[in-house]
Design a protein around this ligand. Structure first.
Ligand code: MG
Ligand code: MG
Length: 261
């Protein structure tokens, strides 16, 4: 997310994290995952997106972390909540979720100077079979992208795995936004595209930490930004899903920092 802002971190080289730094990021990720699972549990018809935001804010504070998005680039809330045709960067407010909606919840935690970043899209009550398939395919594309997060692989291997999965299912990738490095800044180099050719792009090294975050639409993948200057929607207003994890590249394979076992 906030792909256009990646360069604002001023970090042009890809930073490798030390074991001690990874340990902090692991703790930030554990807080984040507990919080977001609680928010996901609270999703139901009638709940407002602002109520979900307050829950996330309170839980992050109670756990000793900082809401990573609050105030970042001027964003006013703890969560980005994007409903139905909204893709990313939706601002929580008075909207009540309704049966049949899908809601994308994107959250970040800062702990001791380091960030973690994750997102889930969940169905509100019963959704159509096509929308259900959108959620399954997007989540699977993330899992397949993560499988490619191996030392010696390249960024194009990740993007290709995501792309083949999403497009193979008949859906479109949203290409205007993508993943990113994570560390002392929420958005660091490199940009992690959700498309690409195998064997191309930056080679992955142990100590890199990246957010992989496919965004997939039922219709076309083109987007526009609403008048609030934040909310990204599909141009054709088809529903879109978004899943994200923060991944450490290690000699032992990908470590999902935003997963609690
Ligand atoms: Mg992200
Ligand atoms: Mg995110």
């Amino acid at each position: 997310m906030w792909q256009e802002n990646v360069s604002r971190s001023g970090r042009n080289a890809i930073e490798l994290k030390s074991p001690a730094e990874l340990d902090i990021m692991r703790r930030a990720g554990a807080i984040l995952q507990k919080v977001i699972l609680e928010v996901v549990e609270a999703v139901r018809p009638g709940v407002t997106t602002l109520e979900l935001d307050k829950l996330a804010h309170d839980r992050i504070k109670q756990a000793g972390g900082k809401p990573a998005f609050l105030g970042l680039y001027g964003f006013p809330k703890t969560l980005c909540i994007s409903v139905n045709e909204e893709v990313v960067h939706g601002i929580p407010g008075k909207r009540e979720l309704a049966e049949g909606d899908i809601v994308s919840i994107d959250c970040g935690v800062k702990l001791k100077g380091f960030y973690s970043d994750t997102a889930y899209t969940v169905a509100v009550g019963k959704v159509t079979p096509e929308v259900e398939r959108l959620l399954e395919v997007t989540q699977r594309s993330l899992a397949l992208g993560i499988e490619q997060c191996q030392v010696g692989n390249r960024l194009g291997d990740i993007g290709n795995a995501v792309q083949v999965c999403a497009e193979g299912a008949g859906f479109s990738l949203i290409k205007d936004y993508g993943g990113h490095g994570v560390g002392r800044a929420l958005h660091e180099d490199p940009r992690v595209e959700n498309f690409g050719r195998p064997g191309t792009g930056t080679r992955l090294k142990a100590g890199m930490v990246i957010a992989v975050e496919p965004m997939v639409a039922i219709g076309e993948g083109d987007t526009e930004v609403l008048e609030d200057e934040w909310t990204v929607v599909t141009r054709d207003r088809s529903y879109a899903a978004h899943f994200e994890h923060t991944i450490a590249i290690t000699e032992n394979g990908p470590e999902i920092l935003t997963r609690v076992d």
